[in-house]
Design a protein around this ligand. Structure first.
Ligand code: ATP
Length: 299
């Protein structure tokens, strides 16, 4: 038997970051949205555990580990250990989500692996238990399970779905070289030693989402990691200016970057912005709508 699970990229519409805690984590108030850029993970019965990866043209194959470091295998082993069985199966990951791009591609794959193993191994794990395992594996993974649009608290792992009246159009521009998430947080600490203990509230963003109006949402987008990401990669600031000149309502660094996402007012607006950015020399320009579903089985 073989099954396929699809998992989406995430962007952060609001990313409020508080002062680093004693345990090294930063408290977050964030709003995630799952958008239509996907990885697909297939899992087939086998006696042992193996993984192969296939990547889209815009991804460097060498950037995706195919050994034990791949988060898919870590997720499978964790679920197997908790279920008291061995981890078995042949995984194939087909990646379209930019790697180390601030779009939680690894987290999407981990969420897909949890869903796939739970189904293929007929474990029937409860949603709460799956979410707890996801949080152990990484802060963004519970959201990758839930999808849609959701608020994240704690390290981002405590997710609650929110009211979203929009069908939003996004243009995403990944960079050819990724940015390390820990490096961006460390630079945030350097630039913002006075960061508040309580992160900037997502409430204004939530009101804009509930209005369904792109212009309001554009105004409310907020990312505390944008300044450190641009300080490390000044070209990201130039890219945001360019996309806005090409018709986007607003550009923003996605999570810890370096992918930049642009909110557009319509499908046509997204096409125009994407064409303008491609014409200006950006080789990889992706268009997507959001929100879309979290990790789910394909028929
Ligand atoms: P986030 O937005 O959650 O910070 P990201 O999008 O910046 O994540 P990922 O694409 O998740 O970053 O990858 C981070 C690192 O994880 C990669 O550089 C890679 O070495 C490692 N990795 C492990 N498994 C995977 C996987 N299945 N897909 C992509 N990267 C993986």
């Amino acid at each position: 038997m073989s099954i396929t699970v699809r998992a989406a990229a995430k962007i952060n519409l609001h990313l409020g970051v508080g002062r680093v805690r004693d345990d090294g984590f930063h408290p977050l108030d964030t709003v995630y949205q799952a958008i239509g850029i996907h990885d697909d993970l297939s899992l087939a019965d086998a006696a042992d555990l193996t993984l192969t990866t296939r990547v889209a043209d815009h991804i460097e194959a060498d950037d995706v580990p195919d050994g034990p470091d791949n988060i898919v295998l870590r997720a499978a082993r964790l679920l197997a250990e908790r279920a008291g069985r061995s981890a078995t199966g042949t995984f194939e990951v087909r990646k379209d989500i930019p790697v180390a791009g601030g779009m939680a591609g690894g987290s999407a794959d981990a969420a897909a692996a949890l869903v796939a193993c739970d189904r293929l191994w007929a474990l029937d794990t409860s949603d709460d238990d799956l979410l707890a395992l996801a949080a152990e594996l990484g802060s963004d993974i519970p959201f990758s399970l839930v999808g849609g649009t959701a608020r994240g608290a704690g390290r981002g792992e405590l997710v609650t779905p929110v009211d979203d009246r929009g069908a939003w159009w996004w243009v995403a521009v990944p960079a050819s070289v990724g940015l390390s998430t820990p490096a961006v947080y460390r630079h945030f600490d350097v630039l913002r030693p006075d960061a508040p203990e309580v992160p900037a509230s997502a409430e204004p963003l939530l009101a804009a989402l509930a209005s369904g109006e792109p212009v309001r949402l554009a105004r409310a987008l907020h990312n505390d990691l944008q300044e450190p990401a641009i300080d490390l990669r000044p070209e990201l600031g130039e890219l945001i200016t360019l996309g806005e000149a090409e018709g986007a309502l607003r550009g923003i660094v996605s999570g810890s970057g370096p992918t930049v996402v642009f909110l557009c007012d319509s499908a046509e607006g997204a096409r125009e912005t994407a064409t303008g950015l491609a014409g200006a020399g950006h080789e990889v320009v992706l268009t997507a709508t959001g929100p879309v579903a979290g990790a789910h089985l394909l028929p």
